[in-house]
Design a protein around this ligand. Structure first.
Ligand code: GLU
Length: 506
């Protein structure tokens, strides 16, 4: 059987980073088995739909490079891939369940249900619409066929429920948790079709998984308890043999390790818990990893290891390595702590290892926004110079600001304590020798400065602090010769003589 998996988000808000991890594990599993990765939009809960959420999901997946094989945007043979476009399919399927006696119409009014709930609570129990009480409720099992067709004709408010037999044990092997069992006596006759004619999550999810030939359902652990109903639905449809395998992913925990990671943790700790920043008029503001300066590759690597481990100490992995090493068996059973420092560490590793021209693509707009006009070549040189020194994509602009602005002040107090006439003379001679460099690139500048050092028989310490402070205003930074090349001869000489003037007059 070929592997087909799906990521099935509901467009009810921003896609939490845990959702991205679910998508990633589905993707890695599909690619590992040369299978298909499908994106299905589960938008049947009309009350919870949020405008822009579907686009946000698509944009997020695109940003992290999890491109589905089939999706609303890339339809395959099993579409449509948006549940709201499949209402007829659910209608036909639920009618089939009614005709085979596996589901029934329920006409109970909200008041009647409330009454039943109250009386169950008075007896000390919770109300469960089930085999224990359905024969005392208003439904097609207790009404005559004539009453039922009359009620349907009059379009009396109703839902369709799954008829669950009592005293059954539902057992399945979760690929992460092992054997899981439920008793049908604990389950309610779930609503499959709501009064608005829309299917519930359970019906639509199972019908689609079957019709889309899903082989493995890999999803968050919050869906574990729904699986009993899903398995009964497969049975009701006569699809037992095609029931997919299930794998329920453990939670992502707060950085403290206590409880589930939430949007509030992100706000409280000032860390992103969503892939992309999103300002929504009603839902509020969501901080994104992208805007916080993370590379998507780093986020993916971080998420891959947030719950899965290939079984050795290797941490930085290319997508190909992750794909080849991925297995569900190596996903842990317990929750994983959301360690933002680890995410930052991955980010730094990826920034250091990235091709400067790729980083240039990522940061170009930031330089433009900052008003720093650079040609492509110069931008790449700047990136090459700083990529070992920044932790974050957003730091390129700030770290390299002195390339674009000559120093307006100098961090020179300590350095000037040793400044004297001799050092001033030496520095002017150095400026002169730099002036005579014809090909002003880092190699020629280095050769010339080294030659100066040898000829004068001085240590590097005699000139480098002055050079650095005059050029950048600060005492630390990247290699100076490339900085001079990037500044160009004229700007370099201008800054050096201004620096000399400042040192002499301080
Ligand atoms: N629509 C569900 C969600 O929003 C999908 C759960 C599943 O994968 O079955 O997470």
């Amino acid at each position: 059987m070929s592997v087909r998996v799906r990521f099935a988000p509901s467009p009810t808000g921003a896609l939490h980073i845990g959702g991205v991890r679910t998508a990633l594990y589905n993707y890695l599993f599909a690619r590992h088995h040369n299978g298909a990765f499908i994106l299905r939009i589960e938008d049947t809960d009309q009350n919870r739909l949020v405008e822009g959420a579907e686009q946000y999901i698509m944009d997020s997946l695109l940003w992290v490079g999890l491109i589905p094989d089939e999706s609303p945007a890339i339809p395959g043979e099993n579409g449509p891939y948006r549940q709201s476009e499949r209402l007829n399919i659910y209608r036909q399927h639920v009618e089939h369940l009614i005709s085979t006696g596996k589901a029934y119409y329920a006409f109970d009014t909200p008041d009647e249900l409330e009454q039943a709930r109250k009386s169950a609570e008075e007896k000390g129990g919770a109300f469960l619409y089930s085999s224990a009480n359905r024969m005392s409720m208003r439904n097609s099992l207790t009404m005559t066929p004539e009453e039922v067709s009359e009620a349907l004709k009059l379009k009396i408010h109703h839902v369709i429920r799954l008829k669950i037999d009592p005293d059954e044990t539902i057992v399945f092997e979760d690929l992460i948790r092992g054997s899981v069992r439920f008793s049908s006596n604990e389950l309610d006759d779930k609503v499959l079709m709501k009064s608005d004619g829309f299917p519930t999550y359970h019906l639509a999810n199972v019908v689609d998984d079957r019709l889309m030939h899903i082989s493995h359902v890999i999803r968050g652990e919050e869906w574990l308890s729904s699986t009993a109903h899903h398995i009964l639905l497969y049975k009701a449809f006569g699809w037992e043999e095609n029931t997919p395998a299930f794998a329920h992913l453990p939670l992502i925990l707060k950085p403290s390790g206590n409880g589930k990671l939430s949007k509030r943790d992100g706000d409280k700790l000032g860390i992103p818990v969503f892939p992309l920043t999103w300002d929504h008029p009603e839902l509020g503001h969501f901080d994104g990893f992208r805007e916080a300066g993370f590379l998507p590759e780093a986020v993916i690597n971080f998420l891959a290891l947030l719950g899965w481990s290939p079984g050795d100490d290797v941490e930085v992995m290319s997508p190909e390595e992750m794909i080849s090493r991925f297995s569900i068996e190596k996903i842990g059973k317990s929750g994983s702590r959301f360690d933002i420092d680890k995410a930052r560490w991955f980010n730094q590793q990826y920034i250091m290892a990235s091709d400067p021209s790729y980083l240039a693509d990522v940061v170009e707009s930031q330089f433009i926004d900052a008003g720093y006009s650079t040609g492509r070549e110069k931008l790449i040189s700047i990136i090459r110079l700083f990529q070992e020194r920044v932790n974050n994509i957003n730091d390129f602009v700030t770290s390299s600001s002195y390339i674009f602005h000559a120093p307006s002040q100098y961090d020179a107090d300590k350095f000037l304590k040793k400044w004297n006439e001799a050092s001033s003379l030496l520095f002017s001679e150095l400026i002169q020798s730099i002036q005579s460099i014809e090909t002003f690139d880092s190699h020629h500048i280095e050769a010339s400065v080294e030659n100066f050092v040898t000829q004068k028989n001085i240590s590097h310490g005699a000139i480098f602090p002055a050079l650095r402070i005059a050029l950048t205003g600060v005492t630390k930074g990247p290699e100076l010769f490339p900085v001079m090349e990037i500044l160009g001869k004229e700007e370099t000489l201008d800054r050096l003589s201004k620096g000399l003037h400042y040192f002499n007059n301080k």
